[in-house]
Write a protein that binds this ligand. Structure first.
Ligand code: NAD
Ligand code: MG
Length: 353
């Protein structure tokens, strides 16, 4: 039996994870947590709404932590798993983006494993099969382009939360759906890939593939490229991470090749500056990725509350990056401080929509 601690059990990933756990006789939930939503319909011996995730994990002693919390709030759980050498099935990309070097140091000490749940990174992980970075030419992260693919900046001025929440290919929680519309999600994923696979930013590309069938690909130094294909359904990467290396069956239909259209184009970084800002934050390193993430969380929340326009999300993040010194966090306390400071700057920078 594999004991799974599920953090963010009431969310989009969390609910799909429960379905996977229930369908697999070798998986059992040993703990479940949510931020504020009740867990009445979740069947687990330990349940926690709010509160300290590290405390919960300490008591649960899981074999694998599925971190499906949204935002920086997941950072303690990510560091706990890596520090304790417990497998980390990671959906909560924000924690790896923000904690970066600290997370890698914790993994080094604890010898924990990260099994990516983000579909692109799960795809890359499977294409790479643990090969050394010297064999890699480039990583190519694919993205659908979101609901505003093909739009101009002028066309995005009056975008409403409802329009931003209508994603063409994936059904997800509200924060990541808005991130997909601004391309901040792809920006976070570039930084996530950098830390997961140890590849420098110059060798991480983004390609738009509107139907979300190609989940990412790796170009190797010998001229071979390996891609990962499948219908856009998060149950696949969730199941892969929870049953690794077994690749258990899921209820998905086999891929019908005759119905596919596979077209690729470069991202429009002029219309979607959040991608370029993420690269800049990644290059700067230190706490800059943490600042990018924190300011984005504040700006997205404000956009959803109609306190900020869609295009101003990037302005808030850019201003927060400019205001921060980017000094590296020496420990979790430093990181929490950098996160809080960036949130403060972002809050003060909010303009009425
Ligand atoms: P969601 O908004 O649907 O769910 C978030 C969950 O986190 C909820 O259960 C909520 O209660 C919980 N939560 C929030 N704050 C918490 C806190 N302080 N402590 C404990 N729990 C807390 O979000 P989602 O779409 O499921 O996304 C979760 C994570 O997975 C995000 O990091 C997202 O980027 C990533 N992800 C999601 C998808 C997807 O298809 N939904 C795909 C790839 C990556
Ligand atoms: Mg993704």
């Amino acid at each position: 039996m594999k004991r799974v601690a599920l953090l963010g059990a009431t969310g989009s990933i969390g609910r799909q994870a429960i379905e996977i756990v229930e369908a697999h006789p070798q998986l059992e939930l040993c703990a479940a947590a949510s931020g504020s939503t009740p867990l009445d319909d979740v069947d687990a011996p330990l349940k926690q709404v709010g509160g300290d995730l590290a405390d919960l994990l300490e008591g649960a002693q899981p074999d694998v932590v599925l971190n499906a919390v949204v935002g920086f709030a997941g950072v303690h759980a990510t560091l706990w798993a890596l520090e304790h050498g417990v497998d980390l099935a990671l959906a909560n990309k924000e924690s790896l983006v923000a904690a970066g070097e600290l997370a890698l140091a914790a993994r080094e000490r604890g010898r924990g494993r990260i099994l990516p749940v983000d579909s692109e990174h799960s795809a890359l992980f499977q294409c790479l099969e643990g090969r050394g970075t010297e064999q890699i030419d480039t990583l190519v992260l694919t993205g659908s382009g979101g609901p505003f693919r093909g739009h101009t900046r002028a066309g995005l001025e009056d975008v409403t939360p409802e329009q931003a929440l209508a994603h063409p290919t994936w059904r997800m929680g509200p924060k990541i759906t808005v991130d997909s519309a601004t391309l901040a999600n792809k920006g976070l994923e570039v930084i996530e890939a950098h830390f997961l696979f140890g590849v420098e930013y110059e060798r991480i590309e983004v390609a738009i593939q509107p139907t979300s069938i190609v989940h990412s690909l790796v170009r190797f130094r010998d001229g071979a490229s390996l891609a990962h294909l499948g219908y856009p359904d998060m149950r696949v990467p969730i199941s892969y991470a929870l049953t690794y290396p077994e690749r258990a069956a899921t209820p998905l239909p086999p891929l019908d090749l005759t119905s596919l259209t596979l077209e690729f184009s470069p991202p429009d970084t002029d219309t979607f500056p959040m991608l370029a800002l993420a690269r800049a934050a990644g290059h700067e390193g230190g706490s800059a990725p943490c600042v990018y993430n924190a300011a984005n969380e504040v700006a997205v929340a404000a956009f959803l509350e109609r306190r900020l326009s869609f295009l101003a999300i990037a302005d808030v993040v850019e201003a927060a990056l400019e205001a921060a010194d980017g000094a590296p966090a020496r420990d979790l306390r430093d990181l929490v401080e950098a996160d809080a400071a960036a949130r403060g700057v972002a809050e003060r920078g909010l303009q009425p929509a």
